[in-house]
Ligand binder design. Structure first.
Ligand code: ZN
Length: 151
């Protein structure tokens, strides 16, 4: 399924799947959100510590396919220290990128997810951790499912 991804993007995704970053429970998290994609079997919990609208720390736990795990790992790696406004802006860019393949500005490692748009069944996998992130940041604390969300 990776045939059309560039080698670099493929390597980033495989690396994050094999050695996910921030893959642990965050004991002093003040925001926790679940994300589930029943079609693929992806199921993650996102833990965030948010102080004065700044993401101090963000971690995740759970299981799923390579794309969802890599997406969650890259997400946690990219968002430490961001403000809620920055997180929201990044969510919009990444959401758009995963759907269209267009990379808006310098998204760094997040650009590795752009190739996912070529695989429609994987789009929900890649976006799932981002929906969970928004639920965590906005403090709704709900379980986010790809089957009720407008992915
Ligand atoms: Zn998946």
């Amino acid at each position: 399924m990776f045939d059309d991804l560039t080698d670099l993007y493929q390597q980033i995704i495989l690396d994050h799947n094999k050695s996910p970053r921030n893959f642990r429970v965050l004991p002093d998290a003040n925001r926790i959100a679940q994300g589930t994609n029943p079609i693929c079997g992806d199921n993650y919990t996102l833990y965030a510590k948010i102080d004065n609208d700044v993401v101090k720390e963000i971690t995740f736990q759970g299981s799923g396919c390579a794309i969802s795990k890599a997406s969650a790992s890259i997400l946690t790696d990219s968002l430490q220290g961001k403000t809620k406004a920055e997180v929201k802006s990044l969510f919009d860019k990444v959401h758009d990128m995963i759907l269209t393949g267009n990379v808006d500005g310098d998204l760094g490692k997040l650009a590795a997810l752009a190739g996912v748009h070529q695989f429609p069944v994987r789009v929900k996998c890649a976006i799932l951790p981002w929906h969970a992130l928004m639920a965590a940041v906005e403090g709704t604390g709900e379980t986010v499912s790809t089957e009720t969300e407008n992915a």
